[in-house]
Design a protein around this ligand. Structure first.
Ligand SMILES: O=C(O)C1=C[C@@H](OP(=O)(O)O)[C@@H](O)[C@H](O)C1
Ligand SMILES: C=C(OP(=O)(O)O)C(=O)O
Length: 431
């Protein structure tokens, strides 16, 4: 599908935030790791949540669903001995399930997206699993990956947090089920540290005990624990909503996004503060973010690691700000669905933005007068590139054509419908 994004002066209306992708993957997983039946209310429906649902079913969970909820009868620490799993393009689903697969004799994760997830590194998690006595066959740390497990061992293990927090989260989900106690020391830095808080939050909701150091670099996990079946309610999604809020910020707008909890543990909650710091007129009360955009933004400097999945949308807003903006500490954006520094900067430049990359930074010299547009954009298989370039297209002189825009469905299948309902001029062309 192509998205033909046309210049749009005004956005107006109210939308319900989509459900959180990162809470949905977590609740489906701990539902599957429980003995008994859990209920997840308002789960996300996207390619990534479908991938988690499909894989836990393949591993033996019984999943039933209706309009508002999913019920999951879990398999505990005894997944079905499945030969192959297809996680689609979902990094978190792959990494979380690599540890679960250690309870199976032999599982191969296939390479369904060679140009996206197929390029992402998993060495650090492979290394930790090998420390636990699990054999892993892999293609230089990448897919396809075969896990030969059965009886993973606890004890003292290390994991690097330099590339992704998902490796640590994966181990935190699995180690409470082991026979032995486990101690995890995180080596190097821990990127996307905030999201580990979401992991610890949902694990605790299922009655599991983990002792974490204040800096989240060291953990003691008693063995022989069981995930209790529970009822979970998925909150609204900040990373996806960040794109709607940024679209409202760069246009004349009166836009409300509902279901965005002020006390959420999602790091991307910070995008509200980022937009505020950029001078956007907004309020955040009673879980509603209300943007009254007047097309005026000012530049700022931000540590993007606090809101990793919201960075691209905030960069798109900064394209139109007065002054030079800098998003720093974002090197691990290079290891996502595409290289979200080099590939993203390439597409922004095509659109007419004045942007520069450093190894771990994106620098934007703002153009409040707008950008030229009038070109075709390569989506690089990346939902967040698609969402961000759409924002840029709305404030371009000649619009933008975004090729392969269907990949937005990885996290936010309703994105274009939501923008259309706010009055965005976008034509979707099936190919
Ligand atoms: O734990 C998770 O669910 C996620 C962690 C983050 O990845 P990194 O830890 O690789 O930055 C984030 O970008 C991703 O969308 C989801
Ligand atoms: C990086 C992302 O997801 P994942 O790592 O789960 O593929 C994302 O949603 O932006």
């Amino acid at each position: 599908m192509k998205a033909v994004v046309k210049p749009t002066g005004r956005l107006e209306g109210t939308i319900n935030a989509l459900s959180s992708k990162n809470y949905t993957t977590r609740y489906l997983l701990i539902g599957a790791l429980a003995d008994g039946t859990s209920t997840v209310y308002y789960p996300a429906h996207s390619e990534d949540s479908d991938a988690m649902r499909r894989c836990i079913r393949d591993l033996g969970a019984d999943v039933q669903e209706d309009d508002t909820k999913m019920t999951i009868r879990g398999f505990g620490k005894h997944p079905k001995h499945v030969k192959e799993l297809n996680v689609g393009n979902a990094g978190a689903v792959l990494r979380f399930l690599m540890s679960t697969a250690a309870f199976c004799p032999e599982v191969t994760f296939i390479n369904a997206y060679p140009n996206s997830l197929g390029k992402r590194p998993h060495d650090d998690l492979i290394d930790s699993l090998q420390q636990m006595g699990v054999q892993v066959e892999h293609n230089e740390g990448k897919l396809p990956i075969t896990i030969r497990g059965g009886h993973p061992r606890g004890g003292k293990i290390t994991v690097s947090g330099n590339v992704s927090s998902q490796f640590l989260s994966s181990l935190l989900f699995m180690t409470p089920l082991l026979e032995e106690d486990t101690e995890i020391t995180v080596l190097h830095d821990l990127k996307s540290k905030v999201i580990v808080g979401q992991t610890l939050e949902v694990i605790a909701q299922a009655g599991i005990t983990i002792e974490a150091s204040d800096d989240l670099m060291y953990y003691k996990i008693p063995g022989k624990q069981k995930y209790a079946p529970q009822e979970y309610v998925v909150q609204g999604d900040y990373p996806g909503s960040a794109a709607i809020l940024a679209a409202a910020a760069v246009t004349n707008s009166d836009v409300k996004v509902l279901r965005l909890a002020e006390n959420s543990k999602q790091g991307e909650r910070a995008v509200v503060d980022v937009l505020r710091a950029m001078g956007v007129n907004l309020t955040h009360e009673n879980d509603v973010v209300h943007v009254l955009g007047n097309q005026t933004l000012k530049a700022g400097e931000f540590d993007g690691d606090h809101f990793t999945d919201g960075v691209l949308a905030m960069v798109a807003a900064a394209v139109f700000a007065e002054g030079t903006s800098r998003f720093y500490n974002v090197e691990n954006l290079r290891y996502k669905e595409c290289d979200r520094i080099t590939d993203f900067v390439t597409e922004l430049r095509k659109a007419g933005a004045d942007v520069e990359e450093r190894q771990s930074e994106i620098i934007i010299r703002g153009r409040p007068q707008g950008v030229a547009g009038g070109v075709e954009i390569n989506a690089h298989y990346d939902h967040r590139v698609i969402m961000a370039l759409t924002i840029v297209g709305l404030r371009s002189e000649q619009g933008l054509i975004i090729n392969d825009a269907h990949h937005v469905a990885k996290s936010y299948p309703q994105y274009f419908d939501h923008l259309l309902s706010l009055g965005a001029q976008i034509e979707l062309v099936k190919e």
